[in-house]
Design a protein around this ligand. Structure first.
Ligand code: FES
Length: 104
């Protein structure tokens, strides 16, 4: 059985208001928007291709902000739009893990 999506990306967008560290306070929403629009511009979105979804806390807060790509189950920490571009270009388009951003 083939996967419904080749790459299913989940961003932690958890936003805490009590001052504790969270991905939502570290640019996760902007990174999510950036990936969504670039995946669409590249026409990579849709069935059999790439889906980018919001997620709540993924329970790795001290490694954040982060995303995970299934079914490979590869976790990435990101800081800049260039990091997101590298994940798209290298992991999603070329099928190679971006080791410098990977969180084990
Ligand atoms: S707040 Fe992002 S993993 Fe917990």
């Amino acid at each position: 059985m083939s996967a419904h999506f080749e790459h299913h990306v989940f961003f932690c967008l958890n936003q805490r208001e009590d001052g504790r560290s969270c991905c939502g306070n570290q640019g996760a929403e902007a990174a999510f928007d950036h990936m969504k629009s670039r995946i669409k511009a590249l026409k990579l979105n849709g069935r059999g291709k790439v889906r980018v979804n919001r997620a709540g806390c993924l329970d790795r807060c001290s490694d954040g902000p982060l995303l995970v790509i299934y079914p490979a189950a590869v976790w990435y920490h990101f800081d800049t739009p260039a990091d997101i571009d590298e994940i798209i270009d290298t992991h999603i388009q070329q099928g190679r893990i971006v080791t410098r951003l990977q969180v084990e």
